[in-house]
Design a protein around this ligand. Sequence first.
Ligand SMILES: NC(=O)C1=CN([C@@H]2O[C@H](COP(=O)(O)OP(=O)(O)OC[C@H]3O[C@@H](n4cnc5c(N)ncnc54)[C@H](OP(=O)(O)O)[C@@H]3O)[C@@H](O)[C@H]2O)C=CC1
Ligand SMILES: CC(=O)N[C@@H](CCC(=O)OP(=O)(O)O)C(=O)O
Length: 351
Amino acid sequence: MTDSKARIAILGASGYTGAELVRLLVRHPRVDIVALTADRKAGQSMAEVFPQFAPLSLPTLITIDEVDWSSVDLAFCALPHGTTQQVIKRVFETAPHIKIVDLSADFRLTDAGAYEQWYGHPHQALELQQEAVYGLAELYRDDIRKARLVANPGCYTTTAILPVVPLIEAGAIEPDHIVIDAKSGVTGAGRSAKESLLFSEVADGMNAYGVGGHRHMAELDQEFSKAAGRTIVPSFTPHLIPMSRGIYNTIYLKTGAGVGAEGVHRVLADFYRGEAFVHVLPLGQVPHSRFVKGSNMAFIGVIKDRAPDRVIVIATTDNLVKGASGQAVQNMNLVLGFPEATGLEQIALFP
Ligand SMILES: NC(=O)C1=CN([C@@H]2O[C@H](COP(=O)(O)OP(=O)(O)OC[C@H]3O[C@@H](n4cnc5c(N)ncnc54)[C@H](OP(=O)(O)O)[C@@H]3O)[C@@H](O)[C@H]2O)C=CC1
Ligand SMILES: CC(=O)N[C@@H](CCC(=O)OP(=O)(O)O)C(=O)O
């Protein structure tokens, strides 16, 4: 990219991750937002949909068909999965020069059969599925730099892959004994009204869902198996809890012989030394979801279990930032050749 600013479109700007992209990008020094799209809310101003943006001058929400692609360098796609693959296929046909960072699940799985199994229909853009690069910068930075289509990982999976993959690769844990007890805030489900997301049903209670079969398992299987060089099938149970933002994964692991919590901590501290967005706490320290709320950070704690061959690793992110839009901006920075942390320096909102 030259000194001129990159021109950015956000597809799905009237949703939660779209709004979070706007929040981050309006203060990014190297980009201009030139197009914002919506579906039901097309025609409205951003201030009508999200009054917090009223002081800013932003483009009006339009439909995807109304976007002038000749004036766009990079598009973020913050649309529902299933819809996204058709939209991106069409965009590339119209405007092959565009780079895309996709926040949906549509291009994360490299195996067409796995996609069909977990999402219930054949993929509509198989060539693009093969081309897409999995957008976890801490693991795939060099590939992301060269990509035209980046598949941003899911929020639960980001918060599980960051702590677990380096441990599998180092041989520090037994990969057949991975148990992920995951909690999500309500914004993880998007802004569309659903009965199960009413205050009266979410506040003052909690529930597990997708038990034994949540679609993010496919992403975990893919990345853990790749790290281990053989098929790995972790246990993963997500829970919806009464907070607005945040993923909180408590992960139970069995360590390799003689490794222990100290060894696990050493592997993670070494792996993430120098990384801007992953912080490994001192051994024994427990993270709080508020340590990351509003920031692009993942915090990881390593805690001894009572048995010497077991360890508890706790990882937390903000689902809308490192779990979605912040990570997407991190990927945009790599794709466009900007310093990776540009526009992502916010510290968490605490308390
Ligand atoms: N929320 C989260 O924490 C995370 C979400 N993701 C993924 O990111 C994507 C966006 O999620 P999120 O922001 O939460 O979702 P929301 O439901 O909040 O927003 C969806 C957006 O897509 C638009 N839209 C819906 N259907 C269509 C359609 N058929 N054609 C064009 N536009 C459409 C909506 O427009 P309108 O408002 O006008 O209807 C809205 O702008 C999803 O794929 C989600 O799975 C990934 C990681 C974390
Ligand atoms: C609380 C809640 O409902 N969360 C969503 C996950 C959100 C997400 O990460 O969706 P992607 O697959 O697009 O990444 C769910 O469990 O389906």
